[in-house]
Design a protein around this ligand. Sequence first.
Ligand SMILES: CC(=O)SCCNC(=O)CCNC(=O)[C@H](O)C(C)(C)COP(=O)(O)OP(=O)(O)OC[C@H]1O[C@@H](n2cnc3c(N)ncnc32)[C@H](O)[C@@H]1OP(=O)(O)O
Length: 220
Amino acid sequence: MKNIVIIGASGHARMIIDIIERQEDLKIIGLIDSYKTIGESLFNYKVIGTEDAIPDLIKSKTIVGGIIAIGDNYQRYQMFLKLSKTCVNFEYINAIHPSAIIGKDTLIGIGTVLMPYATVNANSKVGSHCIVNTQSSLGHDSIMENFSSLGPGSNTGGHVTIKTSSAICIGACITGGITIEKHSVVGAGSVVLKNINAFKLAYGNPTIEIRDREINESYF
Ligand SMILES: CC(=O)SCCNC(=O)CCNC(=O)[C@H](O)C(C)(C)COP(=O)(O)OP(=O)(O)OC[C@H]1O[C@@H](n2cnc3c(N)ncnc32)[C@H](O)[C@@H]1OP(=O)(O)O
């Protein structure tokens, strides 16, 4: 049994807790959050501190690691960078729902979440700290780079690449062979027929690049 923390205490964290409670080898000992009050109870767990508390929790062997449960790709990356500096031996775990389908010859990184009914098809690679959300599917021979995400109910064809930190929002459809370059956001319900450049907000059917976006711009 590994003792772990959940970093984040939002709705996304609630989903991840639901998954981890089904993994018998993991025990959540508390939540880490910068905005909630220490001692506050959420989702049946106590907020035990901010990320600054983690090095001591590792040092005292109270925990071995955990997962960054922050839904926003860039914010999740920022937390990862912070932890990389203060706590090199933090062990990242995956949260993989038992209903998720993982095809043959696939690779899944660390700190990655596969929500209920998520599908990763054959010969695809999902990087580290990614989110494959509820009922979304990554087509065969596809790549999700680190810190990227597929929103609930979104689908890709085969040979698709989603580069680092890019977000495919709820219900979007990415046709085969498409590349979404880094730090871009494909809006809800979009139908993507052409490649999307880096740092773009794109949406619509057919999807067009609407405007440039800042690296830290929220998309929720
Ligand atoms: C479990 C979970 O909850 S997972 C999270 C689920 N949520 C998501 O996936 C995010 C969903 N939201 C989106 O996808 C949005 O498209 C966003 C956030 C990416 C962009 O939205 P905005 O910031 O409003 O875009 P922006 O300000 O540039 O555009 C505004 C205009 O574009 C329209 N627009 C925005 N998004 C879309 C879209 N996806 N498709 C069509 N039109 C859109 C707006 O209606 C608005 O039109 P108006 O000026 O005629 O009123």
